[in-house]
Design a protein around this ligand. Sequence first.
Ligand code: 13P
Length: 252
Amino acid sequence: MRKKIVVGNWKMNKTVAEAGELASTVLEQLGNGITGCEVGISPAFPALAEVGKIIERSDIHLVAQNCHYEDDGAYTGEVSVRMLGSLGCSYVIIGHSERRQYFGETNQTVNLRVRKALAGGMRVIMCVGETLEEREGGVTDRIVTEQVREGLKEVSDLDGVVLAYEPVWAIGTGKTATPEQAEEVHASIRATIDDMFGETAAGHLRIQYGGSVKPSNAGELFAKPNIDGGLIGGASLKAEDFVAIVKAAGDS
Ligand code: 13P
């Protein structure tokens, strides 16, 4: 049985002080209520240290939004896996569609980052998902399969890997994939994983859904057999909404 995992991706929002406040409120509202579900929060780089201190003694994971694929050196503006580890991060999000769309991230650079993070003992949340044009063109399956295959190329062990299926057209738009649409892609990702890593591999791999998840739709999404939690954007910026989504995952 796979344990659900819900992560709040705060994207480029909140100053250090605001992020600290949000983390404290989430912690307070969750209390000891994290059952049956793993929880993480992912502030922007400047707030990692502050949020890390606040959640240090809790079960909440500190999650980074990206990492570089070199150990160190002349890479202005980049952050290494070791730096993130020294701040207490246990997970890093890699290949988010906003990185792919606005910052030239490709399946190849996603793969480099995934391998570097895993080699550095960091767990990864690797994001995949099709654009609206790709969905309407009937190539969702081909695009997502390619992202999974290339992103996980030469990865030998899936232990530290979580995948997030985030259809680009559902991110920040208020348009959620229906539970059936999401379930269909998740099932297809599992088939790809079994094909790549051997027949029982996908049974242990967690695949989150992301894209306009809210307290009102979380329950029905998480009830699908192949959906193992969520990667939450907008709704994670409101403590009550995020906590309600975590509880929905715990109950499902
Ligand atoms: P929204 O929940 O705001 O649609 O964002 C989803 C997302 O991109 C999480 O990584």
